[in-house]
Structure formats: C-alpha cells, structure tokens
Design a protein. Structure first.
Length: 325
C-alpha cells in the first residue's frame, strides 16, 4: 500500500501532547488493535477463491492456525479485566474453532492439491452468484436495485474516506465479504498506528469508523450469511470458517459495544442481481500474485473527519439537517 496523504507541520506544543511511540507500541490498546487486524485478515483470505497454492500452503504448513492463535492469545491478554464477559467467551469459542480447523488440516487438507481446494470452494459458492449463501452485502435486506445502489454507495464512501480502493488485479465487488473484512483489517491496523504516532482525536476517528462499519454493515448481514454458509457447506473447511466468522462477529459487537440490527431469514429478499454501474464482476476474487490477495490499495484521501465535516457544511448551505453515517 502506498499513501499520498500530505505532510503537515506540527508545533512544539502539539508534539509534546502526542503519545510516545516507544511507550505506546506495547500497550494493551495497540495489541488489541493489531490482533483484531490480524483476525480480520485471516477470515478475509479464507473466503477468497484460491487462484494459486499460496493460501493452501498457508493452511497446510500450519501458519493459518498458528497466526490465529497468536492473535487470539494476544487479544485475550490485552483485554485484561476491561473486556466484557461476552467478548471473553467468544475468544474461547474462537480458539476451539481453530482447534477444529487444525484437526481438519491434519486429516484432510494436508493431502489436498490446489484443485481440491478450488473444488470445495466451487461446491459451496458455485461458479455464479448463488442465492444460497452469497458473500455480497447488497444482496441482503435490499429487495430493490435502488436500495442496493444506496448501500453500495455508502460502502464506497467509507473506502474513499480512508483512501483505499480495490486493487486493479482484483475482479470483485466492493461489498464482497473478503473486501469488507480487509477494510476492517486496514482500519484496525490504522488504529494501532494512530495510537503510536497520532493524537487521541485522530485515533478516535478511526475507532468510530470501525464502530459504524460494524453497526451499519458487516454486523447486519454477516451473521445471516454465516448461518447460510454453514448450512450450504454442511461440513469441511467452509463450515468451520462460517462458524469462526460468526463467533468473530459476536466478539466484535461486544468489544466495540455496538448493537447492529442483524438481518433474519425472513429479511432475506434479494433483488434480481444487477451489477452496479461502473462495476465489473467475475466469480471469485482473482489473485494476480499479490501477497495473499491484498484486495485494497491505499491511494491517499482526506481524513474521515474532513469528509464528514464537508458533508455537514454542504447540508447547512443547502438548508438540510446534517445526517450521521
């Protein structure tokens, strides 16, 4: 990722108020952000269509489970006495899910070829957009194409506000679960950096963005998607990924103290699929050699706060009440 954000001069008094990176880098808050960032990335990778053997090798050599355990262990320590009991219970559940993944790898995946993993992915997700468990947010709770476009626009707004865009090598939609989870990985990592190098105001901007994205987006549709995925997969790797992702979303809502309004089976009335204007689609995110499928590129943009303030000013100029994300 590359950044094109401008540099700003900082006064001596302002510098004195900034956190000391040497004292902050090992703080529980930084550890929590880094660990959450890692888990989001692991789930993002696990749901992509495997174009080459990179992810399969990552599974077979044990690093997927090892990295997951390391992140969860660090997260548990960093939560300490401050974490809610619900969040702690979900960490225990997530560790059990990784134990099951480890067992599956030892008994089955260790002997897989790339074609086996690809076949398993096609069995669950199909070669076309299937309504059994579509990994696309706008197919949930939006029974009209106009509603889909509105949600897609809001997702795009989050990405643009933080200066990320889809890699040109990735033929996927903005609302694919892997892309949305990688965005949360990016935000959590950005939070850890901000804790070490920026003031509390900028850090809070990133934290609030995570809360809003979970509450208004992934916290609403991912729980239902996970139930649908578990039912469709029935067993095997993607059944375990579905259960692990469901537990992770419950952890996140508890950790971030947000209360999304999740979709239920009766809310699932997807509109006839229509690729949004300007979007192209191919089944499966196509990895073209980037390290474990980096879906988003950082391209530089105004801060989240700057964008919101501009929207607020525009609303006031036009005589409308300013809204919230």
């Amino acid at each position: 990722m590359t950044s094109q954000q401008p540099m700003h001069r900082v006064s001596a008094s302002a510098t004195a108020m900034l956190p000391n990176p040497s004292t902050m880098k090992d703080s529980p808050a930084v550890e929590r952000a880094l660990s959450r960032s890692k888990v989001y990335l692991l789930v993002s990778w696990s749901l992509l269509y495997p174009e080459d053997e990179e992810f399969l090798d990552y599974l077979r050599c044990g690093e997927f489970v090892e990295d997951g355990r390391t992140a969860l262990d660090a997260l548990g320590v960093a939560l300490g006495a401050d974490g809610s009991q619900r969040a702690k219970d979900k960490l225990v559940a997530l560790k059990k899910q990784l134990d099951l993944v480890e067992g599956l790898i030892a008994s089955e995946c260790v002997n897989w070829q790339l074609s086996d993993l690809q076949s398993e992915h096609r069995r669950v997700f199909s070669n076309v957009i299937t309504l059994d468990c579509p990994p696309y947010e706008t197919l949930f709770g939006n029974d009209h194409v106009f509603a889909q476009s509105h949600v897609m626009g809001d997702i795009s707004g989050f990405y643009k506000a933080f200066g990320v865009e889809l890699s040109k090598d990735i033929h996927e939609r903005l609302d694919h679960l892997s892309v949305e989870f990688e965005f949360m990985h990016f935000l959590a990592y950005k939070e850890s950096y901000s804790l070490c190098h920026d003031g509390p105001e900028k850090t809070q901007i990133v934290v609030e963005a995570q809360k809003k994205f979970v509450k208004n987006h992934i916290g609403r549709w991912v729980p239902l998607f996970c139930r649908m995925l578990a039912k469709k997969a029935d067993s095997g790797l993607f059944k375990l990924v579905a259960d692990m992702t469901a537990d992770w979303m419950e952890f996140e809502t508890a950790f971030l103290a947000v209360t999304p309004q999740p979709y239920t089976e009766t809310d699932y009335r997807p509109a006839t699929f229509s690729s949004p204007e300007g979007q192209t689609y191919e089944c499966g995110a196509q990895d073209q050699g980037n390290e474990l499928s980096m879906l988003l590129n950082e391209v530089g943009a105004q801060s989240f706060m700057d964008v919101k303030e501009k929207d607020k000013d525009k609303d006031q100029e036009e005589g409308r009440p300013s809204g919230t994300a």
